[in-house]
Design a binder for this molecule. Structure first.
Ligand code: URP
Ligand code: ZN
Ligand code: ZN
Length: 465
């Protein structure tokens, strides 16, 4: 099957230009002007006049079906990746979880079983390490060889995913040898639990206090600590879901001294704030960790994106229904399942709030949501760009179309939107994954279970000799 995408403006991280794209099978075969006039034939021609032709976006932080907070994240690989595709995302990297006391293999096999035959866009896995011991350290090398080269550890969530500094350091030493990447959820969970217990004991139990007790300085402290540990181990470290100025300051300082430190932020930290947690129990819709911060942190994060102290915008998509799931925490904010939906909304929010608002260029937009994640997570140039030989993961994006974000129209399997009623400019009109059209003019036309596991390389981009 040959598809010609004609008359569009190709936007990549490197630049923008007018050209046609010929897709042959699963990959991009040719790029050039007026290909049809030059004799190129195709089975189908998609007219992209007035539209951007961008590489499919890549979301390197999702949690489909995550067991967490006494329940499960609501999106399955089927519903979550379908929603992702509607939002212009053609590849996700989800977090497989090592069960406490179990092996990494067990966790990875479980996640393969959840995704295979169900995901409609391509997917990879990171591994959440819940137990660091001799056996799991040895397993890490095997996972790297299988294309799962990154490991997430937590200084947060004592009793759940928390690892102490010794365990983190051992995992870092192992990863320094096997070529992988360490991903850190950096908040001081032990200190947070002290403050949270004090607030709860004094009757301050509303969702708002979730945002109060997790001080920004607790994120700053943990971020500095894990970067320092990574420097000592000689391993690259990637700070996930960075939310606070205090943490960004530590990443910037580390990068300025030459450390292999990288970080992502998420739309919720750029567009939402502590104020959203404040409306009685409605605030539960916005409970995630790290929490939404006071509004004045947002400007610093945008500057971080501009200056490349933050390299990636991912979603941390971890949806729980307001009714029946977030409600588990009525009367005690500590029991609200942590996590927000967002896999469908990221590309449009970053286009509208970033490009249209004049904060970032359209090329930087593509870099943040597609190219940089592909590079850092071992998928470039197979994914993350429009180039001959790359996978034909392509979005025909209308930069002028306006639409309203709402639970009534979104495709995520969750009963609310964090951005309910917000108008955004820009929409993924037609979406191809490896040459197959999944979304055509906003209608789902994709086959079931189209997504394939992506075996990823180690993070060469993140490493220095
Ligand atoms: O609140 C969040 N972020 N939930 C998902 C789990 C995690 O820490 O990434
Ligand atoms: Zn986390
Ligand atoms: Zn997460």
């Amino acid at each position: 099957m040959r598809t010609l995408i004609a008359n569009g403006t190709i936007v990549t991280a490197e630049g923008s230009y007018e050209a046609d794209v010929l897709v042959d099978g699963e990959t991009i075969a040719q790029i050039g002007r007026n290909l049809a006039a030059a004799g190129v034939t195709a089975d189908e021609t998609i007219d992209a006049s007035g539209k951007y032709v961008i590489p499919g976006a890549i979301d390197v932080h999702t949690h489909m079906e995550l067991p967490f907070g006494g329940t499960f994240a609501k999106d399955t690989f089927e519903t979550g990746t379908r929603a992702a595709a509607f939002g212009g995302t053609t590849c996700i990297v989800d977090f497989a979880v090592q069960p406490r006391g179990g092996s990494l293999r067990e966790g990875l096999d479980t996640w393969h079983a959840k995704a295979e035959g169900n995901a409609v866009v391509d997917y990879g896995f990171h591994m959440i390490m819940s137990d660091v011991n001799d056996a799991t350290l040895a397993e890490m090398d095997q996972l790297v060889a299988e294309g799962v080269p990154d490991f997430k550890l937590f200084t947060a969530y004592p009793g759940v995913f928390y690892s102490d500094d010794g365990a983190i350091f051992r995992a870092m030493q192992q990863t320094a040898k096997n070529g992988g990447l360490i991903m850190m959820h950096a908040e001081n969970g032990l200190a947070i639990d002290v403050v949270a217990a004090q607030y709860a004991a004094s009757g301050k139990t509303d969702p708002y206090y979730h945002g109060v007790v997790r001080y920004p300085i607790f994120e700053g402290e943990a971020t500095n600590r894990v970067i320092r540990l990574a420097e000592a181990a000689g391993v690259p470290v990637y700070i996930v879901h960075l939310s606070a100025r205090d943490a960004l300051d530590q990443v910037r300082a580390a990068r300025d001294r030459g450390a292999m430190a990288f970080a992502e932020t998420c739309p919720q930290y750029l567009f939402l704030s502590l104020d959203d947690l404040g409306n009685g129990f409605e605030g539960a819709k916005f409970v995630c960790s790290p929490p939404l911060r006071p509004k004045d942190h947002q400007e610093d994060l945008w500057t971080g994106l501009l200056k490349d102290d933050l390299q990636v915008v991912s979603t941390d998509h971890c949806p729980f229904d307001f009714h029946g799931q977030k409600e588990l925490g009525r009367g005690d904010f500590r029991k609200i399942p942590n996590g927000l939906p967002g896999v469908e909304e990221r590309v449009d929010l970053m286009h509208d709030g970033g490009v249209v608002a004049g904060r970032i260029s359209r090329e930087r937009w593509v870099e943040l949501v597609s190219t940089a994640p592909a590079k850092l997570f071992g998928m470039y140039p197979r994914k993350g760009t429009i180039a001959v030989g790359s996978d034909a993961d392509i979005v025909i994006y209308d930069p002028n179309a306006k639409h309203v974000l709402s639970a009534a129209t979104h495709h995520m399997a969750v009963d609310y939107s964090c951005y309910e009623g917000r108008e955004v400019q820009g929409i993924a009109e037609t979406v191809l994954s490896r040459g197959t059209v999944l979304v055509r003019n906003r209608e789902w036309v994709g086959p079931k279970g189209h997504g394939r596991f992506v075996k990823r390389r180690t993070a060469d981009f993140a490493r220095r000799a």
